[in-house]
Design a protein around this ligand. Structure first.
Ligand code: NAP
Length: 343
């Protein structure tokens, strides 16, 4: 089968030898009676996949490995004890690594049936980005309609899902991003206010908006960016606010002063979505089921920034690195006749 291989750690946008497309990788076999083989149709490219190849991700993998986490596809073979799925079913799931390939094997307990009225390509981007934001905002922060949510990196993968989930929950959503295209996109998703960091100072701009709505401050900060932006945004937080630490796309891990957290009664949540698969898989299962149901009712949409083939991997990683993505960057691995129709 065809697959993207990481042969050595390095920046795939600069170093030609770090990744390659191989057409002779063995198709993975069913090893347990509850295994299911999926013909992958689409997989999403997350910032974490870039970090995996750079060797900067929190989990390390022996070389060579096939990167890739969340995907969607069609069940192609089932083990003798598989009762939940049959050949031909549309499914989506997430793996530690291995989804940037034509076939992948997963235990039936890790798969989700994609409802008929959901776009299969879009479902390939649901688990990591939307799953992270759903667990963060619904399970951890328990965001309510009376609260103000501030989303950083809001036009990126996890950010744009947080904006949409915030709106489904009825919160007032402030989105922070860079540039006119991202600004327009976030307004189209229903963000109540968008700060364009190219032209505006985040503190002044958000304060002006809050005043115009008679709101005191921010109740929940959703932060996949880190660095100076986080430090600035702490000046906007209410007494009793919650900080969701999602990631450090800026490359800079922020320091959150414990003395201010004490005085202001802040709650700081570190959130590593993937680790729920080990520690609380039921939370992820409920979360993805709810997301698939929201998607089938058009309450959330997966905006595809661009879908690439595996042979265009360097371009795809550049889109992430250069902050050009507006929504999700995807790989498509198969003929998507009929699957692209809803895009
Ligand atoms: N905790 C978890 O379980 C979990 C799950 C998924 C992702 N993450 C993490 O969340 C972060 C974002 O992931 P993502 O998939 O949403 O990435 P993405 O699609 O590339 O979006 C990241 C956003 O961050 C902003 N940004 C600010 N400074 C940046 C810089 N120096 N380089 C790149 N982007 C920068 C960009 O927005 P502007 O250009 O508009 O400023 C960009 O849209 C990553 O650190 C990732 O590892 C964590």
């Amino acid at each position: 089968m065809e697959a993207l291989l990481c042969r050595k750690l390095g920046d795939p946008t600069l170093d030609n030898s770090s990744i390659e497309v191989s057409k002779s990788v063995p198709i993975p076999e069913l090893k347990s009676p509850t295994d299911v083989r999926i013909k992958v149709k689409a997989c999403s490219l997350n910032y974490a996949n870039y970090l995996q190849i750079l060797g900067k991700y929190q989990e390390k993998y022996p070389l060579p490995f096939i990167p890739g986490s969340d995907y969607s596809g069609i069940v192609e073979a089932v083990g003798s004890n598989v009762s939940n799925f049959k050949v031909g079913d549309p499914v989506c799931s997430v793996a530690n690594v291995g989804s940037f390939a034509q076939y992948i094997v997963a235990d039936q307990s890790e798969l989700f049936l994609v409802p008929k009225d959901c776009d299969l390509l879009a479902a390939g981007a649901l688990p990591v980005a939307f799953g992270t934001s759903h667990v963060a905002l619904v399970h951890r922060a328990q965001l309510t309609s009376k609260q103000v949510l501030l989303v950083l990196g809001a036009a990126g993968g996890v950010g744009f899902s947080a904006v949409q989930i915030g709106k489904v929950l009825g919160a007032t959503v402030i989105a922070v991003a860079r540039g006119a295209e991202k600004n327009k996109f976030l307004k189209s998703l229903g963000a109540d206010y968008v700060v364009d960091l190219i032209y505006e100072n985040v503190i002044e701009s958000v304060k002006k908006f809050l005043k115009s709505r008679n709101l005191k401050g921010v109740d929940v900060l959703y932060d996949p960016v880190g660095g100076k932006l986080t430090k600035d945004c702490m000046k906007l937080l209410n007494w009793g606010a919650q900080i969701l630490i999602i990631g450090f796309a800026s490359g800079d891990i922020p320091v959150i002063p414990a003395n201010i957290a004490l005085v202001k009664n802040w709650t700081i949540h570190g959130l590593y979505w993937g680790s729920y698969r080990i520690h609380q898989p039921g939370v992820l299962e409920d979360s993805l089921k709810e997301l698939l149901s929201w998607m089938s009712r058009d309450l959330i949409t997966v905006h595809i920034s661009r879908a690439y083939s595996l042979s265009e991997a360097r371009l795809a990683f550049s889109a992430i690195k250069d902050r050009k993505a507006v929504g999700k960057v995807m790989f498509t691995l198969d003929d998507l006749n009929g699957v692209r129709s809803k895009l």
